[in-house]
Design a protein around this ligand. Structure first.
Ligand code: AMP
Ligand code: MG
Length: 327
């Protein structure tokens, strides 16, 4: 077998075709390069183990390109698990959830749980989205070798064993994802990584760390974001940023909406919920608008109300809802 390294611009079509025909493809993520196959196709997943020379009793992680894909992979997802996913995904974390019946044993190694990860690397996201199916993937190295953090690493190790490597540069994080088991009584870190125990404790209040110690949050009331809508929300610091972020989310397959006062300039064809003329109107309407937005849309972009007077009070609530995220 010839192994080709290609950019996503040149190779996306071929890579997707390989996945659809039940083959494996190497793709970059922010942690390490992964060796992926359609997570719902047990035969395709077997080829990962063949290429790696890895025993089948080691489970793989299902990589997704949209949060909604979790629903086909997992069941009984707790509020804590949702909070972790909303906070850190897309990013270098894997959550262990109770598996759905649709997930083949080849992925879970027969366990009743499944590992789910939503990588933030652009190439990974584009590729998985274009495949339209979660990709089961371990690191793209042969068994017992070091995890690859460049396409060249993969090539040196797996040349002749895989048809295609998508080039994505050097991995930004460089070690495998944090794994947190959300099915345990106390959420448990199975593998430490870039998402640290402190970051997890802030969201969960309590975690069992990799050494088996139980870590409890210092400050109370940090467990969840307050007043948070069920979908992601960000604050746009300018009208241009709002329009740009809107376009970016559309391209990711989301259905965004902009929350803004009447004088905020928004082009035709954008989803928008108007908050009224004055800050007082916006204050009155903001929660209602968030409710409406989370019903009808799946990504909220809110205008910045500044840091004075009533504007500052509105921002206090919006920052809690958005986790302080600004673009
Ligand atoms: P790799 O990143 O190459 O080591 O492959 C995925 C790793 O994720 C496995 O070695 C396991 O440590 C872990 N993993 C995946 N699914 C599960 C699961 N359901 N329960 C526990 N660990 C898992
Ligand atoms: Mg590995």
């Amino acid at each position: 077998m010839q192994t080709r390294i290609v950019s996503i611009q040149q190779g996306l079509g071929a890579a997707v075709e390989l996945i659809k025909s039940g083959e494996v493809v190497v793709f970059p993520t922010e942690t390490v390069y992964g060796l992926g196959a359609n997570a719902f196709d047990g035969n395709a997943v077997r080829k990962i183990f063949e290429a790696k020379g890895r025993p089948m009793d080691n489970p793989l992680i299902a990589h997704i390109a949209d949060m909604s894909w979790t629903e086909r992979l997992a069941v009984d997802i707790s509020d804590d698990a949702k909070a972790v996913m909303n906070e850190f995904m897309p990013g270098p974390i894997t959550v262990i959830l109770k598996r759905s019946k649709d997930v083949p044993d080849e992925v879970t190694a027969g366990l009743d749980t499944v590992g789910i990860r939503f990588p933030r690397h652009d190439v990974a996201r584009q590729f998985i989205m274009a495949c339209g199916t979660p990709l089961a993937a371990p690191s793209a190295n042969t068994s017992t070798k070091i995890s690859p953090t460049s396409a060249q690493h993969v090539f040196e190790d797996m040349q002749g064993r895989v048809p295609l490597i998508l080039e994505g540069g050097a991995c930004e994080v460089g070690i495998e994802s944090t794994i947190v088991d959300m099915t345990a009584d106390i959420p448990t870190i199975l593998r430490p990584g870039a998402i640290t125990q402190d970051m997890l404790v802030k969201v969960l209040g309590k975690v069992r760390n990799f050494d088996g110690k139980i870590i409890v949050a210092k400050a109370p009331g940090m467990k969840y974001k307050h007043y948070a809508p069920s979908c992601e929300m960000v604050v746009a610091t300018s009208e241009d940023n709002a329009a740009y972020e809107y376009g970016r989310q559309l391209a990711l397959g989301r259905n965004p909406v902009i929350l803004a006062k009447n004088d905020y300039i928004i082009g035709l064809g954008f989803n928008v919920i108007r908050l009224g003329e004055r800050d007082e109107d916006a204050m009155r309407n903001i929660y209602g608008a968030m409710h409406e937005a989370q019903e009808k849309y799946d990504y909220i972009i809110c205008q910045d109300f500044g840091n004075e007077g009533i504007g500052a009070s509105i921002m206090n609530r919006i920052d809690k809802a958005s986790g302080g995220k600004r673009i």
